[in-house]
Design a protein around this ligand. Structure first.
Ligand SMILES: O=P(O)(O)OC[C@H]1O[C@](O)(CO)[C@@H](O)[C@@H]1O
Ligand SMILES: O=C[C@H](O)[C@H](O)COP(=O)(O)O
Length: 952
């Protein structure tokens, strides 16, 4: 034991290179301080990783913090700060008796900040104040970027332990940064007596790397000069660093500062446990004794020192003149010490990042298991893509994708400056405010008022992202007692508009015109129509029945002013339409229906925590789901097939628009498959990824059985247990993250919709044409068969060789290659009977051909999967079904009415698909939609066998 005490007599303090709660709680630390001469402690992310994951000592506090909603990162912060505070208190007597020069405990800033000067400064300030102990050192890596932070913080009076020093040159820079901080304070008349610092020079890691580089010389049995360098480079480096220390702090310039009370910055020997068991276990201790130094030692090295250490005063100054020879010899052997130390620094940062990541993953796992049923969970099986998935996770962690995502780094997606700017400006959705009380209060107060005024209905007028979240809410939650019934209008079909009109009592209806751009033709036309209807009914002040949700400065804002809307809810311009559900777009209609939006946002916040910047990809539900979708797509499994349990069956409408419009571009994309019944493995090709989202309260046994069979057949399956209906808040957030990340994996910008405009343009051209001729110049039908007019792009021309509609359809469907999908796109009001027929039809296609199918009505799909149809891969076959509009419904202020608009939309999109060379047909069902649809289906069924025959 005397050896330990003797060290101090030789001017060296020994510190403990370890900190655990066990050591604090058991009294071991106190004993070491009071009885064994311990004078300080260092910690780092690897030390905390071992401490926290290697014991149960932290579990009680973790549980408490988790129950308060702490993130893994916040838990880490709280645990480490608590340990450091306790250790500081134990070392306080040493600090006091050494007049503030010894008795320190070091706490390292996040290793992720090693290359970030500004954030290192702010994080060091935050930690220093959080620990709130004078004998706390904040540890900052001595990287190029760290040095200015170190100088600034020392100047501010925050004491710093500079870590990860491997080269003598860098050590000198760090010492000079200290001198310059002291000099600045003195120049400004500030006291320097409390300014202290240590510079941690790492030893054993230098030998580990140089020895491995030198190993190529170890065949000659000690005869080659390089072989003699084994195990010599670290100590030679330390000797040279110490010589520099003496020169810098022995200079007249320093003397002048010392006279003002300045303390030298002590070199601290770190990484002092011997890694090569063939070497002496005290090689980095006995040789490094020197005045004004610290040696930080792990437990075993302390024990070894107490047991058999032999100290030599000033050993560090022995044979200093021989140290340069080591470096000369190294150079001769072709080993560049600058490269070695550069590599060590990078590896050092990486090592701490890895420990930090592992710790975050472990804390996240603990968090999830402690929350148990209180949290939604996600489990994935990857089929044959396991290796690819794991490699992708590792690569994304390495690239710090999670933290870059939350920092809204646009270069994750695109690197050209204008696009990057637009991407950055589209990332507002990623911020879930810590406190959403104000939003909740504003919206619930508003909805209570509306309810109290006697309103009974609310009609959401909008398209795509602005309306489909309301469609989900309507179908999932229903109206709470006393609240407004929500109806969504996103269909320009006259029958659909009339249908809405017939289901409401206009006077007691609040219309919400929801449009981010404020210019979407459908939305604005709906508004004009209903406003005029109210005027016609003699309502004095129709504007009070309208509210707008839109971006500041949009045309809708002006319209709302002009028509004296009751209110305008302004959207954050950085939240795009598809990603707007957790803003006013989704929340206001839900509040009016009486949905508990506070609980909904709480669940989104929970998902935000689980998918946080510090949670490694493998444990990060949102990000990992994105990686799974992206990697599957890259391997041909681009059909994201939703299997939704009964209570949340409508979630797919919203997810479809998010996934398809965000990713379907540049010839790539994820194809959301919503509404297909789950089948046996033999009805699927190898192009599927199944995502099962289920509420535990639903009966999921049949789906689960089928999914197991699909899993066994090699399909990847993601299972998401959604805690409750209200936890869809978290699902919205999960899917937004996942979509953005999937977009990154496949290499597209998930925030634009470059091809939507094509159909809009075609529609506008057609409307202009109509304005001139009061009719559309229809293109020639490809054929008239069994009473149906069929139009088709030239890519499908061969279908006209058939004489009956059943054979025509079979011929069209047989154009589908494995991996293609078939989209059924009806442009009419979807009644139950029509839905049933179309659903049976798509299922028969899937079952016969093994191709994926989608079914969405127009014009809804134009703002959902429409972008994917035109911009995505050329793997789609499109069946547009139209009926002849019988009744025209005027749109005030427009020459055309809804029937004309509706026709122009279906025709406009048909033309866009045709222009793109897609395989598209348009079937006109004439006036009697129901009769013709039934006939069509029965004729198709009759020729059902043709499907398989053609394919084989
Ligand atoms: O909210 P807005 O601007 O009316 O847009 C509605 C929808 O149209 C699109 O802009 C294009 O389809 C979608 O992204 C959006 O959800
Ligand atoms: O400050 C202490 C260092 O982080 C520690 O000594 C590193 O030691 P290692 O090289 O054994 O990991």
């Amino acid at each position: 034991m005397n050896t330990l005490v003797d060290l101090l007599n030789y001017g060296q303090s020994y510190w403990l290179d370890n900190l655990t709660r066990k050591k604090i709680n058991s009294g071991e630390l106190k004993k070491r301080v009071t009885e064994q001469g311990l004078r300080g402690i260092t910690s780092n992310p690897s030390i905390f990783y071992k401490a926290i994951t290697g014991s149960n000592d932290y579990d009680e506090q973790i549980k408490e913090l988790v129950s308060q909603g702490f993130t893994a990162q916040q838990v880490y912060d709280a645990l480490t700060i608590a340990d450091v505070q306790h250790a500081c208190d134990i070392l306080k007597p040493v600090f006091d008796s050494s007049e503030g020069t010894d008795g320190f405990v070091s706490l390292e800033v996040s290793p992720y900040l090693a290359r970030d000067t500004e954030r290192s400064i702010s994080e060091a300030r935050r930690l220093y104040h959080a620990v709130d102990r004078k004998n706390c050192y904040i540890k900052i890596p001595g990287t190029k970027e760290g040095i200015p932070a170190i100088e600034q913080l020392l100047y501010e009076g925050i004491n710093i332990n500079i870590t990860l020093l491997f080269s003598v040159d860098r050590y000198v820079e760090v010492a000079q940064a200290y001198v310059s901080a002291v000099r600045r304070r003195v120049a400004e008349g500030k006291s320097v007596v409390n300014i202290v610092s240590v510079a941690s020079f790492f030893l054993s890691r230098i030998d580990v790397l140089t020895d491995s580089l030198l190993s190529q010389y170890t065949f000659s049995g000690g005869s080659s000069e390089p072989e003699l360098l084994l195990g010599k480079v670290a100590i030679a480096s330390a000797k040279l660093a110490y010589a520099q220390f003496k020169a810098i702090f022995g200079s007249p310039e320093w003397q002048a500062l010392a006279e003002k009370g300045a303390h030298v910055q002590r070199p601290l020997w770190a990484s002092t446990s011997t890694k090569d068991p063939m070497y002496d276990d005290l090689m980095y201790v006995e040789a490094l004794v020197g005045a004004d130094t610290v040696n930080t030692l792990p437990d075993d090295t302390i024990n070894a020192l107490a047991d058999h250490g032999k100290l030599r005063q000033n050993a560090i100054e022995e044979e200093v003149d021989k140290a340069p020879l080591v470096f000369e010899a190294l150079q001769k052997a072709g080993i560049d010490i600058r490269f070695v130390t550069w590599q060590l620094e990078n590896e050092g940062v990486k090592k701490f990042v890895e420990s930090y990541d592992q710790l975050m993953a472990a804390l996240e796992d603990k968090r999830v298991s402690m929350l148990g049923d209180d949290i939604s969970t996600q489990v994935a099986s990857y089929g044959s893509l396991k290796k690819e998935m794991e490699a992708a996770y590792a690569s994304l962690d390495e690239k710090h994708v999670a933290s870059r995502l939350y920092a809204k780094d646009p270069y994750l997606w695109k690197t050209d400056a204008p696009t990057a700017k637009l991407i950055k400006e589209s990332m507002g959705w990623i911020t879930i405010p810590d406190s959403y009380d104000d939003i909740v209060k504003e919206l619930t107060t508003f909805s209570e008022k509306i309810k109290d005024e006697g309103y009974k209905y609310t009609v959401l007028l909008g398209m795509g992202g602005s309306s489909l979240c309301s469609e989900v809410a309507r179908k999932t939650y229903g109206t709470a007692s006393g609240y407004l019934e929500l109806i969504v209008l996103d269909n320009t079909d006259t029958a659909a508009i009339k249908d809405v009109e017939a289901s409401i009592d206009m006077e007691h209806t609040l219309f919400i015109a929801a449009s981010k751009s404020g210019g979407t033709a459908e939305t604005i036309s709906f508004f004009k129509y209903f406003y005029a209807q109210m005027q016609q009914k003699g309502m004095a002040d129709p504007g009070k029945n309208f509210v707008a949700i839109t971006d500041p400065g949009s045309p809708l804002v002006k319209m709302a002013e002009e028509y004296k809307f009751r209110a305008t809810f302004l959207n954050d311009t950085e939240i795009g339409g598809r990603y707007s559900v957790l803003s006013d777009f989704g929340l206001l209609p839900m509040a009016l229906m009486g949905v508990d939006i506070d609980a909904l946002l709480q669940s989104a916040q929970q998902m935000h925590i689980s998918s946080g910047a510090a949670v490694p990809v493998a444990s990060n539900p949102g990000i990992s789901l994105g990686v799974i979708m992206g990697i599957c797509a890259k391997h041909g499994r681009d059909k994201v097939t939703f299997v939704l349990s009964a209570s949340i069956g409508s979630f797919g409408y919203w997810a479809e628009q998010l996934l398809a419009e965000s990713t379907g571009k540049e010839g790539k994309g994820l194809i959301p498959v919503n509404g297909e019944e789950l089948g046996a493995p033999d009805v699927y090709g190898p192009d599927r990824l199944f995502v099962h989202m289920y509420l535990p309260a639903d009966d999921n046994s049949a789906d689960e059985q089928k999914l197991k069979a699909l899993e066994t057949a090699g399909h990847p399956v993601v299972r998401i247990k959604v805690k409750s209906k209200i936890a869809l808040g978290g699902e919205y957030y999960r899917w937004e993250l996942a979509t953005a990340i999937a977009g990154m994996v496949i290499g597209i910008d998930p925030f634009d919709q470059p091809n939507v405009a094509e159909s809009k343009q075609n529609t506008n051209n057609l409307l202009k044409e109509w304005a001139q001729n009061e009719s559309f110049k229809y293109i020639e039908p490809l054929m008239e068969v069994d009473g149906f007019s069929i139009y088709g792009s030239k890519e499908v021309a061969q279908i006209k060789d058939n004489e009956h509609i059943g054979a025509v359809m079979a011929s069209f469907e047989s154009l589908a290659k494995p991996g293609d999908y078939i989209a059924v796109l009806p442009y009419f009001l979807m009644t139950e009977a029509r839905s049933n027929i179309l659903q049976q039809w798509r299922m028969s296609i899937r079952n016969h051909l093994k191709n994926a199918t989608t079914l969405l009505n127009g014009p809804r799909y134009l703002h959902s999967t429409g972008q994917l149809h035109k911009g995505g891969p050329d793997t789609g076959l499109y069946i547009i079904l139209v009926g002849e509009e019988t009744e025209e419904l005027p749109i005030p202020g427009e020459q055309y009415g809804f029937a004309t608009l509706h026709t122009a939309q279906s025709l406009g999109d048909y033309r866009s698909l045709e222009d793109k060379g897609r395989r598209v047909i348009r079937i006109d069902l004439g006036k009697d939609i129901d009769g013709c649809l039934a006939k069509l289906w029965s004729l198709i069924k009759k020729t059902g066998a043709v499907h398989s025959a053609n394919r084989s």
